[in-house]
Design a protein around this ligand. Structure first.
Ligand SMILES: [Ca+2]
Ligand SMILES: [Ca+2]
Ligand SMILES: [Ca+2]
Length: 507
């Protein structure tokens, strides 16, 4: 059975109450089993987090007491740590997973990352909250905080599915969904920091509901940093699970809300996936050099799954036709936890190729016999897509998954992903980064970005992240090298993009 539609908000008891979801998933499973097509996956719960290890020190606005980061750049074993410098972003006994990262375009030493953070919010119920981490020295030291439990997030007890982005002026944004495990309260909200991630404002709700048949899930943020008239617009897309028949007995369109005033006010969410694409998950907005807004997501249909991409040239008011890319995502890669949903990621190249702009989308695909990272590139604004290229350069049959893509101001395309190539048993993980320096035509040799670790049977989130600045890539991920304790790590920056075989160890 293939993995399919996932509730990604790390729900547990609430999922049982969510009768719509449970009933519809059962129906979807039976319908798809009859059709012989890929089945929608069941609701799977994250494994329990080690509650006894929670640390209640850091809260928003408070500098966490923390140890020095672990810097691994001096490790000489090329096979273990081939290059680069890794930084430990979080240092907390609670779990951190599901990582997003963004670099301040005004100051690349200022980086913000986010994760589902299980350290606990002091004095308040709820097991997980959006963690936001900021550095001003390129990753050597980090300020660990939680998004304020105020404003739009004051009505919920759990928040997660975080994503972060900077605007062109250096303001940082963090988008989170919020819900309660015991009520139907549910929101998507965005917090803003105007000082690079030191102080985060009260989250502003983009949607707030308390309905048994509706759940807003898996949000992601993108910002227009172009010189176009829509510069500064902030976009958040997510999945609206609702009453319907498109996924069996519910529907799941992708919706979008935008802010044109720096995150103070947000437009009412509108369905952007439209007719014919009503069963979706895993969306991401991204903006091109002319202000072109793209959104990618995974579309589930009775023939299987496909990557869907849609474009708006007026900041999300009107949309072109949805284009699709055939995909064969693998199923569950661990036969149980950690769960491995397969969502695409999209980047619009800020630098035009000689014949025009390029849009790149990546996803996990098993068409070559095992889980690989494929990337398709469009040279016509997302209407059509060239044949995908395989980004992982290993020759074995091991799995790669959780890709994320970014394109730098040099036009270089970096893709990070979890990779099991270094474990003959195809189980333990390292993070690799693939690079394309020719606008998606080909990829150079992959670079290993992390030490190897065993994910065990923990919940490791539903995605990892990568950002870029000029020559440099900044992958960030959930890492369990420390005796299975989940932390966020980041690699880089380093002079990353060297085509062809590696001739020597980079700094
Ligand atoms: Ca999630
Ligand atoms: Ca931790
Ligand atoms: Ca593979």
């Amino acid at each position: 059975m293939r993995a399919g539609l996932h509730w990604t908000g790390e729900r547990s008891t609430r999922a049982i109450r969510f009768g719509l979801a449970c009933a519809s998933l059962l129906i979807a499973l039976s319908l798809l089993a009859l059709s012989g097509a890929a089945a929608f996956g069941p609701v799977r719960e994250p494994p329990p987090i080690r509650v006894s290890f929670r640390n209640s020190i850091p809260v928003s606005g408070t500098v966490a007491v923390r140890a020095l980061p672990i810097v691994l750049g001096s490790v000489a074993d090329f096979g273990a740590i081939p290059f680069g410098t890794q930084y430990r972003v979080t240092n907390n006994p609670g779990a951190q997973n599901e990582v997003s990262i963004a670099v301040n375009p005004r100051n690349p030493a200022n980086i913000v990352a986010s994760a589902n953070d299980y350290r606990g919010y002091p004095g308040l119920p709820g097991d997980v909250w959006c963690g936001v981490y900021a550095t001003w020295d390129g990753g050597k030291t980090w300020l660990e905080q939680l998004v304020p439990r105020t404003g739009g997030l004051s009505v919920v007890t759990v928040s997660g599915d975080p994503s972060v982005a900077f605007d062109a002026d250096g303001n940082a944004y963090a988008a989170c969904l919020g819900f309660s495990r015991t009520t139907d309260d549910n929101t998507v909200a965005v917090s803003k920091s105007i000082d690079g991630g030191r102080v985060w404002g009260a989250p502003v709700a983009l949607v707030t509901v308390n309905l048994p048949g509706e759940f807003h899930d898996k949000s992601y943020i993108g910002v227009d940093t172009s010189q176009s008239p829509t510069r500064g617009s902030v976009y958040v897309t997510w999945t609206k699970f609702m009453t319907g028949t498109d996924c069996g007995s519910y529907s799941a369109p992708i919706v979008l809300s935008r802010s044109t005033d720096g995150g103070a006010r947000w437009s009412p969410p509108v369905d952007i996936s439209g007719a014919g694409y009503r069963c979706n998950q895993g969306s991401q907005p991204a903006v091109g050099p002319g202000g072109e807004l793209y959104v990618s997501w995974m579309n589930y249909y009775f023939g299987g799954q496909r990557v869907a991409v849609e474009r708006s040239l007026d900041g999300g008011t009107t949309w072109g036709a949805v284009s699709t890319i055939s995909a064969r995502p693998p199923g569950d890669l661990y036969n149980g936890p950690p769960r491995t949903p397969h969502f695409p990621s999209l980047a619009v190249n800020p630098i035009d190729a000689p014949t025009g702009n390029r849009v790149h989308v990546v996803w996990t695909d098993e068409r070559y016999g095992n889980a690989d990272i494929l990337m398709a590139t469009s040279s016509d604004g997302g209407s059509t897509w060239a044949a995908p290229i395989r980004m992982n350069d290993d020759v074995g049959a091991n799995a790669q998954f959780f890709p994320w893509v970014t394109a730098s101001q040099k036009g270089w395309v970096f893709v990070s992903f979890y990779d099991r190539r270094d474990d003959p048993a195809d189980h333990q993980l390292t993070v690799y980064v693939a690079t394309s320096m020719d606008f998606g035509v080909s990829t150079g040799r992959n670079r290993r970005a992390s030490a190897q670790f065993d994910p065990g049977t923990w919940f490791i989130g539903d995605y990892i992240g990568i950002a870029s600045f000029g020559d440099f890539a900044y992958p960030a991920w959930c890492d369990l090298r420390n005796l299975g304790e989940e932390e966020v790590y980041m690699a880089g920056p380093w002079l990353f993009a060297v085509p062809g075989p590696i001739s020597g160890r980079l700094p």
